[in-house]
Ligand binder design. Sequence first.
Ligand SMILES: [Mg+2]
Length: 193
Amino acid sequence: MKRAVFLDRDGVLNIEVGYIHKVEDLHLIPGIAEAVRRLNDRQIFCCLVSNQSGPARGYNPVSHVEALHKRLCQLLENEAGAKLDALYYCPYLSAAEGGTNPEFTRYTTWRKPNTGMLVAAAWEHDLDLRNSFMVGDKATDVDMAHNAGCTGILVQTGYGKSVLSGEYQHHTKPDFIAANLAVAVEWILQHLD
Ligand SMILES: [Mg+2]
């Protein structure tokens, strides 16, 4: 089984700007492409796991999410020759949480902080969740990590600072708090056994 680093998207890889309506408005956080490349160079499986409720809210079709991910991968490649080994996202949302498009409105174990995306990735790519890491900017990212037995790292980019100050979501206990993904990757590489 392989160890993995799971990566949230908005606020970890790209600059958090709310729902991204125009594909060209997706921009990488400075330094993150090199950070992903460091993981690639160590043959650590890099896997995107992202809640993308736009389709359920009727904001955009799934093809828009796919176009954003294509741009994300292109920017990673162009900036540092970095790559994501797999990308998972959850387009579903329950009606209680605000889902309106019937095609994508449902409760699902894929939505963070549930563990469905991590479990699916583990099955499909033979990943060792207990020896894997999750890097996110929300309390729900850390909660998902712990729900699946992963090490949970909170970055202070995106919503991270607001989570730590108590202004956003709820209190959470990350295993490590990093200024950004580059610092998180440095910590991960030091903690590989
Ligand atoms: Mg995020």
